[in-house]
Ligand binder design. Structure first.
Ligand SMILES: Cc1cc2nc3c(=O)[nH]c(=O)nc-3n(C[C@H](O)[C@H](O)[C@H](O)COP(=O)(O)OP(=O)(O)OC[C@H]3O[C@@H](n4cnc5c(N)ncnc54)[C@H](O)[C@@H]3O)c2cc1C
Length: 444
């Protein structure tokens, strides 16, 4: 590798976010260098099978999956009530895909567009000079070297290796993710399943669990829970035993973490930006993050291309990435992150009540959430929802405490969305904006 190498942009991490971003930059004619600490052939192997929404392929200019990448396609899924008596069909297509094959495709895209990927190069820290990120220190075969770039992009996943090592005065939060702010995702692959078990995509919102297709007639029984793998596996076991017993044969178990918290208030600094899991851009309702991070990558690639054309990589010039991300997807995600904890605290009977009365967990709500990251309700629908919830309280099927929590969360969610939609165009207004955002997040 050797000290002294340079590029227009160094991207740290050759996961899906880093590669999508690097691909777009290489297409724009920039010199892009992606640094990946693992061997490229290993990437995606631990997750093995994952899901991508069909609509996002056209949105992000990607060919739809085929061949070794494609394991299945499901135009609808089912959302199940805890008592299993209601199954709401959700018309929203997902591909079931082989993650290592998709990662390989992304690597190919980068390389064919003229970008370079170096594997087994571990970035250790940023190089910062005169208040600007000017490169990274990286280790390869035990040797440390410095690599220089006009812009360094941190796409290193949940632990954000560059972001967390920035000097604080650069204006990006540097805190590491806590266990309570991550979802511990546990997947159990099962084959030789008996007749009568679910098929296709199945979602159990009360348990934060799913039963999805694997290879052939196999299934993946998955769950995402906060705190720890032990806690998540215990919840997984309880859910599986209650509903399905011990079906078929366990082929393998895998696990991993995905961020479940608000993004840093700013994603840019002088010569720096952060993307994907490193920027906590996962979907609040599922913890999935591949396509939601492409939104950010697409914006960031346009902003970086313009900045480099103008030869100016200051925070002010990269700022439009913040503005465009937070005013749209960021605002919707912030709103959901405020609202969902109140829904997660509902009792099993309350969730059943909502399913049985087509409230909050309806087919259309799930479809809208997947498609638009928000549910748009008319005044009439809002009034009907409120009326039915009040009726639930009056008849003792919905607690007044839960009703109060939902109402409060929904009010704060509306306020926080408006606040993010007014993310300041002028970085000079940022501190005042953060001071307004913190109380809405319940932060001091
Ligand atoms: C079990 C599980 C199942 C999931 N299923 C889905 C799903 O079905 N659909 C979906 O959309 N999302 C899913 N997700 C979430 C999804 O995997 C992530 O949101 C997505 O992979 C984020 O991509 P990324 O490129 O930002 O980060 P990553 O995929 O984590 O990539 C970061 C890369 O940076 C590299 N790196 C880290 N540190 C360094 C360093 N110091 N130097 C150099 N390189 C470094 C890593 O090796 C890695 O290759 C799942 C997550 C888990 C844990």
């Amino acid at each position: 590798m050797g000290t002294g190498r340079s590029a227009d942009v160094i991207v740290v991490g050759a996961g899906t976010s880093g590669c999508y971003f690097a691909w777009r930059l290489a297409q724009a004619g920039l010199r892009v260098l992606v640094l990946e600490k693992r061997r490229l052939v290993e990437l995606g192997q631990e997750i093995d099978i994952f899901h991508m929404d069909e609509v996002r392929f056209d949105q992000f200019g990607l060919a739809h999956p085929e061949g070794e990448e494609l394991l299945g396609y499901h135009p609808t899924g089912l959302a199940w009530s805890p008592d299993l008596q209601v199954q709401n069909p959700v018309d929203y297509g997902f591909y079931v895909m082989h993650k290592p094959a998709f990662e390989r495709r992304m690597h190919r895209y980068v390389q064919e567009a003229g970008g370079e990927i170096l594997e087994e190069v571990e970035v250790v820290e940023p190089v910062v000079e005169a208040g600007r990120v000017t490169g990274v220190r990286a280790r390869q075969n035990g040797q440390l070297s410095e690599l220089r770039a006009s812009i360094v992009a941190d796409a290193s996943g949940i632990d954000g290796v560059v972001r967390t090592r920035l000097p604080r005065e650069l204006g990006v939060e540097t805190d590491t993710i806590s266990d309570d702010a991550a979802l511990f995702v546990c997947l159990e692959f099962r084959d030789d399943l008996e007749e009568g078990l679910p098929t296709g995509l199945n979602f159990y919102p009360y348990h934060k669990a799913f039963w999805n297709p694997s290879r052939g007639s196999g299934a993946i029984l998955g769950i995402g829970q906060p705190s720890s793998y032990d806690y998540a596996w215990e919840k997984h076991r309880a859910w599986r035993e209650e509903y399905f017993g011990d079906p078929g044969r366990v082929v393998k178990r895998t696990q991993g973490r995905t961020p479940y918290r608000r993004s840093p208030f700013s994603l840019v600094a002088n010569g720096f930006l952060v993307l994907g899991d490193a920027a906590f851009q996962t979907k609040p309702f599922s913890g999935e993050g591949v396509t939601s991070s492409f939104t950010a990558c697409q914006i960031a690639a346009e902003v970086v291309t313009a900045a480099l054309e103008g030869g100016d990589v200051r925070r002010e010039t990269l700022w439009p990435y913040n503005v465009r991300y937070f005013r749209d997807q960021g605002a919707k995600f912030a709103s959901m992150f405020v609202q969902l904890p109140a829904a997660a605290e509902l009792s099993r009977h309350e969730v059943d009540y909502l399913f049985h009365h087509d409230l909050i967990f309806s087919s259309e709500e799930f479809r809208q959430m997947n498609l638009n990251y928000a549910t748009e309700m008319s005044l009439g629908q809002t009034l009907s929802l409120a009326g039915k919830l009040v009726w639930g309280v009056v008849t003792g099927r919905f607690s007044s405490a839960s009703f109060g929590r939902l109402l409060k969360a929904s009010t704060t969610a509306g306020q926080i969305r408006k606040h993010y939609e007014a993310f300041p165009e002028d970085p000079a207004q940022f501190e005042a904006w953060v001071a307004g955002a913190k109380p809405l997040w319940g932060e001091a």
